[in-house]
Design a protein around this ligand. Sequence first.
Ligand SMILES: [Zn+2]
Length: 363
Amino acid sequence: MLDYPFQDVPAAGETREIAEGVLWLRMPLPMALDHINLYLLQDEDGWWVIDTGIALGPTEELWEGVFRDVLGSRPVKAVLSTHHHPDHIGMAGWLCERWRAPFYMTEAEYLTGLAYSRTTREHYSWAMEENMRRAGYGDAQIASARENFEGFGSIVTPMPTAYRRLTEGGRLIIGGRRWQVMIGRGHSPEHACLYCAELNILLSGDQVIPRITSNVSVPGTEPEANPLRDWFHSLERFLEDLPADTLVLPAHNTPFRGLHERLRYLIEHHEDHLLALEEACEQQPRTAMDLLPVLFRRKLEGHNLDMALGECQAHLNFLCQRGQLLRGLDEEGRYTYHSVDSTLPLRRRERPHDAADDSPIQV
Ligand SMILES: [Zn+2]
C-alpha cells in the first residue's frame, strides 16, 4: 500500500508546505487529467520554480496570484522543467521573461521542446501518415489526424531562448541543500528528476506517478524507437539508487511514500502487457490496432487513442527487437505481429537479417 501523507490537496493556484522551503503548487489542465503539480523551492535570494503549467485558461492569472500571495517580496530566480511536455514547459518562456530568470533543462528535452513548440501544420508529413497506416489506422482516421494536426505551439509560450544544462549526477544547491539530478528515460528522452538526500525527497515529474501510469510511446518522429527498454532501465536504476522510504513529489496525483513498491508494480505492469501481447499473437498475425484491447479495456478516441497506440507500438517494438515477435507487412501496408513459434508461412514474415522493408529490426 502506498502512503499518501498529505490529505489536503491544494486548489488550483494554491500551495501546501511539504517541508521547510518546499512548496507544492497546483495548476489546472483542461483535460481528463485535470491538474499538474508544480513545486517551489526557496533559495536565499528568491525561488526556484519546478515545472510551469500549460499556457491555457487561467494559468497566467494564477501565477500572478502566486507571485503576490506566496513569494512575497522575493523573485523567481530560476525556472526548471523536468521534460518537454506542454504541461511542464507551457509557461517556462513567460516566467523566464517575466523575471529575467535562467532556465534549467536537460539538453535532449530542451532541443525537443524547442522543435515541437515550433511545429506547425506544414510539418505534417507522409512519414507520420505511414506510421499510422502501419499501426492499423484506416483512411478516415488518417484523414481526421491530418485535419487535426498542429504542433503544441498554441499551448505553450515561446520557449526560453537559452538554457542551463542539467546532466546526470549534477548538483544544484538550493536553500543550502543539495539536489542531485537523476535522469529517467522512456516517457520522454532525458527527463530530469531531483533528489535531496537531506530531506529524502524526490521531485519525480512524470517519471514516477503513484496512481496513473506514465505514457511510454513510440513517437511518430521515430517509428523504430524502443522507449520501453529505456523505461525499464530507468525504473530498475531508481529502484537500486533511491531509498524505499523516499517521499516522492510527482507531477500528477499526490505526494506519496512507497517508491520501491510503485517501481516494482510498474515493471510488472509492463511485463504483464508484454506477455499478453505475445500470447495474443500466437494464433494469427495481428496489427497494433487489433492488439489495443489486450492492453486497454476502455474505449479510446482522439488523443487518447494516439497515446494508447503509441504505447502498444512501444511494447511491440520491444518484443520485436528482442526477437520475441516477428513483424510482417500485409497487403494494406499494415505491420502484423506474430510470435516466433508461429507456423505461418515464412514469406509473411519480416526476418531480422534480410528485411526487405525500409525499417530493419535491430536485434
Ligand atoms: Zn510528460
